[in-house]
Design a binder for this molecule. Structure first.
Ligand code: GLC
Length: 408
């Protein structure tokens, strides 16, 4: 156990090193030099809080996707929202582009019917598509590569807005105009900063992980960092095994140490248990019973019957080691971005965070806050991590509003 702790440990000086190398990679990416950080310009400006009107959004990028409708009141307030969630079965995320986009369009139709929006005048739609996209404008961009085990043929290198519009046409949807294409981090940032002006960082720690921020040297245009691909972290033999067995070896190295898609797999490799998931980690680490009976029952379901208390404690310990490293890596990267925006930490910064790991894991957010305290000491109180639920979809609608205003 001690050996394992050492292997996964991320000390104060280790975090400081991550901060420095992350800033360097950000700068290289911005300068167009070789870097593991893509630093993608998004064409998105920060909202003012005065945007108004009724909008639709599609939020797509994990195992479920959402369609929503919302009203922006123009005074930093978001009015009534209607939302529907749909599950994306495996056949849709590993099949053809046409099958996939037609399925999305069919569900948009179901949504429009439910909310009686089929015969309205044109509605602007914000399209959240949470993969690395080379943006060519506010409402156009081509897919660079798939992440998070998505593998739909005929999309890489193509404009996803065009593909979506074609599916709308095939499915007879005429009153929807795709006004903005956004990443989930960008949506999350927009949603929080619509309500709170000191919010200047959007982070997702869910199935995948990533962040974005407004870059001063680009007139405060929001930059999608694609931090999941950061590759300057020390890895353990378990990380290397996971990477080798993955669909995209050598890529998304940070994502493979931090996000919900992989955390459970790492712990599973250490513990030699198949089918171990991040949800299991959350349940075990949140087990506060004195005999760890929740853990015992869960292990039973995973085929480990009659575990001893010692074994259950060991499981809990290993999960804690793996998730704590993930939280400290995330905090170090946040620290790097804040240091680049505000070198002396003289202002306050609200960080909009969404994603299942941040929201549901019992100690993740606390471990991140502790790490930020280690990095910034007392000044860490100027940084607030704010859960921004469903921000990616709501934010897309806000950005559609911003985009509409510029065009007009
Ligand atoms: C993956 C995607 C990225 C997204 C993140 C969180 O890293 O490449 O675009 O923001 O997952 O969903």
């Amino acid at each position: 156990m001690e050996r394992l702790e050492k292997l996964f440990e991320l000390s104060g000086p280790d975090m400081e090193k991550i901060v420095e190398s992350f800033i360097l990679e950000m700068e290289r990416g911005l300068a167009g030099e070789k870097s593991s950080l893509k630093m993608i310009p998004t064409y998105v400006r920060m909202p003012t809080g005065k945007e108004k009107g009724k909008f639709i959004a599609i939020d797509l990028g994990g195992t479920t996707f959402r369609v929503l409708e919302l009203t922006l009141k123009g005074d930093r307030k978001i009015g009534r929202t209607g939302i529907m969630k749909f599950v994306l079965e495996k056949k849709y995320v590993t099949g053809s582009a046409e099958l996939f986009f037609d399925f999305i369009a069919d569900n948009v139709n179901i949504f429009l019917r439910k909310y009686k929006l089929t015969d309205t005048s044109t509605l602007d739609l914000g399209f959240t598509f949470s993969f690395p996209i080379r943006q060519t404008g506010i409402a156009s961009g081509t897919l660079i590569c798939w992440t998070k085990d998505f593998n739909i043929s005929g999309v890489t290198g193509n404009d996803v807005v065009k593909l979506m519009r074609e599916a709308f046409r095939r499915r007879g949807i005429k009153n929807i105009d795709i006004a903005a294409l956004v990443n989930d981090t960008v949506g999350t940032l927009a949603a929080k900063s619509y309500e709170e002006p000191d919010c200047d960082l959007g982070v997702i720690i869910g199935t995948g992980t990533n962040a974005c921020y407004p870059e001063k040297s680009r007139g405060r245009m929001v930059i999608n960092i694609e931090w999941g691909n950061f590759n300057k972290l020390a890895s353990t033999p378990y990380d290397r095994q996971l990477d080798e067995e993955s669909d995209n070896p050598g890529q998304q190295m940070l994502e493979k140490m931090v996000s919900g898609m992989y955390l459970g797999r790492i712990a599973g490799l250490v513990l030699k248990v198949e089918g171990f998931k991040t949800e299991h980690m959350s349940a075990i680490e949140g087990d506060m019973t004195d005999d760890l009976r929740v853990t015992g029952r869960l292990l039973g379901r995973l085929g480990i019957v009659k575990s001893s208390l010692k074994e259950r404690r060991m499981f809990k310990k290993v999960c804690g080691i793996v998730s704590c490293r993930a939280a400290r890596i995330s905090a170090s990267c946040i620290a790097a971005i804040i240091r680049r925006m505000d070198p002396h930490l003289s202002g306050t910064h609200t960080v909009a965070v969404d994603g299942s790991v941040f929201e549901k894991h019992p100690t993740f957010s606390q471990n991140m806050e502790n790490a930020l305290k280690e990095i910034f000491s007392r000044k860490a109180s100027r940084i607030r991590l704010a859960l921004t639920k469903d921000g990616s979809g709501k934010g897309a609608a806000i950005i559609a509003a911003v985009a509409g205003k510029y065009e007009k």
